[in-house]
Design a protein around this ligand. Structure first.
Ligand SMILES: C[S@@+](CC[C@H](N)C(=O)[O-])C[C@H]1O[C@@H](n2cnc3c(N)ncnc32)[C@H](O)[C@@H]1O
Length: 204
């Protein structure tokens, strides 16, 4: 576990309300659409770096029930659990650095919005690739939202890497085929926009 990174995120979730962070979304429509487009019946889904996202709640409302939450911040996890109330027992809860995540479980859908783009060293990116290759099932789906080339250079005070479709396709090319991608402007609670690239891969 990277303790500096963990304390950075703990501080944010301890001190800020859910709608006081730039990545806050009331609706998670882009992610929901891609997860539904995967067309898998009863998929095992993990939301990596879920933070206080409402995605799992929206997935439960639609009827998905094999759900895993993962985030480096225990504070975000506790607040998300509380937010889900009784429905929280439909979710497996993990507080962990994704780069230390070890499980024999394989997921049919791996969702990551605004987490992968914090990995700004080649060895960290390679580690992430190894983890998704190991933990996504055969023909499973990898859905990643990053800042685009026109997006911000930083998020929550940390440097991020920005991606074009071509570059992200190449990064995951060893084991994943890009089947869809799109750009969209996320409007932050501060009324600024952040251009995201969403990429949808399938395991080869
Ligand atoms: C920009 S926020 C996005 C949160 C959420 N995905 C959303 O769309 O609302 C990034 C999240 O990733 C988590 N995170 C950052 N680095 C991580 C890591 N190495 N492992 C697991 N979680 C991490 C943070 O705690 C934070 O909740």
């Amino acid at each position: 576990m990277n303790y500096n990174l963990k304390s950075h995120w703990e501080k944010i979730y301890d001190e800020k309300n859910e709608d006081e962070v730039s990545w806050f979304q009331k609706e998670t429509n882009e992610s929901l659409k891609m997860i539904q487009n995967a067309g898998i019946e009863n998929p095992k889904i993990i939301d990596v770096g879920s933070g206080r996202s409402k995605l799992l709640k929206h997935l439960i409302e639609i009827g998905y029930n094999h759900l895993t939450y993962l985030d480096i911040s225990e504070s975000a996890l506790e607040k998300s659990k509380k937010f889900l109330g009784e429905q929280s027992n439909k979710v497996r809860w993990i507080s962990e650095d994704i780069l230390s995540f070890k499980t024999d479980e394989k997921f049919d859908i791996w969702h990551d919005r605004a987490v992968f783009h914090f990995l700004n060293e080649e060895n960290l990116i390679r580690k992430y690739i190894d983890i998704v290759e190991k933990n996504i099932s055969e023909n499973g789906h990898l859905i990643i939202g990053t800042f685009s080339e026109n997006g911000p250079l930083k998020c929550s005070g940390l440097d991020v890497k920005r991606y074009s479709e071509k570059v992200i396709e190449k990064i995951f090319n060893r084991s994943f085929k890009l089947i869809d991608s799109f750009y969209y402007d996320h409007v932050t609670p501060f009324n600024t926009t952040q251009n995201f690239l969403f990429s949808h891969f399938i395991k080869k």
